[in-house]
Design a binder for this molecule. Structure first.
Ligand code: NDP
Ligand code: 8X3
Length: 252
């Protein structure tokens, strides 16, 4: 049984990952800004899996709040075996000349600086032999039209994952980067600022990945034997070749 801290557990990939780790008998710490959703998930985990689940609500962009949240963890939650850096978002899909400062700030502050703040606060609580999983993206490996700053933020996650893997070797801590393609979650509703028609069009005529598909890849990476270090998982939707080529003609 491991203790797993998951950021962004109020929705999508983070929520599915929390449920799967709980189903497998692990103790989980769920985080996010929408506290009411965290309470609902905690209730569901208690009822469905009789699992041990602790709530810590904070905004990953707020460094003081992140440090405080980790500092006040009860003593029996202060040993964290697995950190899942999942909280993240895209905001806007405009061409670079039309981008908004507020969108750029939200993506860089959340996807890059937020991941750093959480990692810095959690690492002192992680024993040798533990595991960090960063939820990156195909956008961390390739850019696509209108992806500019989101892709840059995920390229930074790739750079950080590679650097962390080197720095944490001395503590035997594994670092895995998960790079999914199109996953149908609240991601596109957030990206298009509540425009559900645009969000739905993202997944039109394809079989997108689900949050559970990505959660399974995360849990699989963590559950490998000690001698196996999964450094990166790249996974696409069925009709997706890469960040740009998506076939919407042939939905199976
Ligand atoms: P969702 O929008 O469904 O979930 C995003 C989660 O991130 C929510 O729980 C949200 O919680 C949390 N979050 C966002 N901003 C903050 C913040 N400032 N502080 C704390 N938590 C925050 O999207 P996904 O599940 O799809 O996204 C999860 C991760 O997967 C992201 O990093 C995303 O970039 C990545 N990804 C997504 C893909 C996709 O196609 N969906 C593909 C590849 C990668 P709350 O709002 O309650 O704070
Ligand atoms: C989210 C998926 O389509 O923006 O990372 O690359 S996509």
């Amino acid at each position: 049984m491991k203790t797993v801290l998951i950021t962004g557990a109020t929705a999508g990939i983070g929520k599915a990952t929390a449920q799967l780790f709980a189903q497998k008998g692990n103790r989980i710490i769920i985080t996010g800004r929408r506290e009411e959703r965290l309470f609902e998930l905690q209730d569901a985990i208690h009822q469905q899996h009789k699992g041990s689940c602790y709530i810590s609500s904070f905004d990953v962009r707020d460094r003081d709040a992140v440090q405080h949240a980790l500092k006040i963890l009860p003593a029996d939650w202060q040993n964290i075996d697995v950190l899942i850096n999942n909280a993240g978002l895209a905001v806007g899909k405009e061409s670079i000349e039309e981008g908004l400062y507020s969108d750029w700030d939200a993506m860089i502050d959340t996807n890059v600086k937020g991941l750093l703040y959480v990692t810095e606060a959690v690492l002192p609580l992680m024993p040798n032999g533990s595991h960090v999983v960063n939820v990156s993206s195909i956008a961390g490996l390739q850019s696509y039209p209108g992806g500019n700053v989101y892709c840059a933020s995920k390229h930074a996650v790739e750079g950080l994952s590679n650097g962390m893997r080197i720095d944490l070797l001395k503590r035997n801590i594994k670092v895995t980067s998960i790079c999914p393609g199109l996953v149908e979650t609240e991601f596109s509703v957030v990206r298009f600022k509540g425009d559900h028609a645009k969000a739905d069009a993202t997944y039109e005529n394809i079989n997108p990945l689900t949050a559970k598909d990505v959660a399974e890849a995360i849990v699989w990476s963590v559950d490998r034997p000690a001698n196996v270090h999964i450094t990166q998982v790249l996974m696409m939707a069925q009709q997706q070749a890469d960040a740009v080529f998506v076939n919407r003609e042939l939905k199976a």
